[in-house]
Design a binder for this molecule. Structure first.
Ligand SMILES: Nc1ncnc2c1ncn2[C@@H]1O[C@H](COP(=O)(O)OP(=O)(O)OP(=O)(O)O)[C@@H](O)[C@H]1O
Ligand SMILES: [Mg+2]
Length: 250
């Protein structure tokens, strides 16, 4: 594993493929995506190697420190989350099989139950085990795709991500419910490509997969049912707790 103290060396992913990807994405983002390139500059020291990988995977910084145990403690206060917790643990312990079979997750539930945090924990674990990971906010997909219309480097970067990443997160899909049909089509295209290539995609959403059918159509819905394990999390919005302690931080 990369840069982890006191842990046994477990290598599931292909190390040489992973390092080739690291060099490619590092180079490509220079002209392919300014914001990722800029963020990576904060992590160029050797001690920050793992954080550099997380940045190159576009994981938002606020999710870097989270570990699964912290989330499990919160979810476990609600009995109805027990199935979700068991399924999440199984997925986290079977990344190699998930990749081999192209199985992803559809993580859904109300605001603030740590859906996005969970998706980043999966990506971080994948990266630590030499799998290629990338995190898209759903709106970024539209942004990245459009940036490619007039710029070959950006088009190549977007194309590279969709076809080469082992574990791809699409965060907050429901944000695109009101998008126009052209914008929704980007999701269709990514999913269809990854389906063809047998690659796993992890989706977070505030809507059930059935609601996705209403807004995104039957084809995407069928693909989701075939490829994604549903994970239903319930609970209160964690942001309420954060809001209560903001003043104490000053
Ligand atoms: N167990 C926890 N301990 C501390 N902070 C947490 C915990 N779970 C979540 N958080 C924090 O709560 C906030 C909400 O988490 P997150 O963004 O993962 O929720 P979400 O389910 O994706 O919400 P949304 O549906 O609005 O996208 C984040 O700032 C996250 O860092
Ligand atoms: Mg979220």
């Amino acid at each position: 594993m990369i840069n982890r103290k006191n842990s046994t060396v477990i290598i599931n992913g292909n190390k040489s493929v992973f390092w080739a990807h690291y060099h490619d994405i590092f180079q490509m983002c220079q002209n392919g995506n300014e914001s990722i390139h800029e963020r990576v500059q904060n992590y160029l020291e050797e001690k920050d190697l793992l954080l550099r990988h997380y940045s190159l995977a576009n994981i938002p910084e606020k999710y870097f420190p989270f570990e699964i145990d912290r989330l499990k403690m919160k979810w476990a206060t609600i009995e109805a989350n027990s199935v979700a917790i068991a399924n999440i643990e199984r997925y986290l312990n079977s990344l190699d099989q998930a990749l081999k079979l192209g199985i992803g997750l559809y993580i859904y539930g109300p605001h603030g139950v740590a859906k996005t945090t969970l998706s980043t924990i999966i990506l971080k674990k994948a990266i630590q085990h030499y799998y290629r990971g990338f995190f898209y906010k759903s709106a970024e997909i539209v942004e990245f795709a459009r940036a490619g219309w007039k710029n070959e480097d950006k088009a190549a970067f977007y194309e590279y991500l969709n076809s080469n990443i082992d574990f791809l997160v699409i965060d907050d899909l429901a944000r695109l419910l009101d998008a126009n049909s052209g914008e929704k089509l980007y999701i269709d295209k990514i999913f269809a490509k990854r389906d063809d290539m047998n690659l796993p995609t992890i989706i977070t959403s505030n809507k059930t997969v059935e609601e996705i059918k209403t807004h995104f159509g039957e084809a995407l819905y069928s693909n989701f049912k075939e490829r994604l394990i549903p994970i239903n999390l319930i609970g209160d919005d964690y942001r309420d707790t954060i809001g209560d302690t903001l003043l104490e931080k000053l």
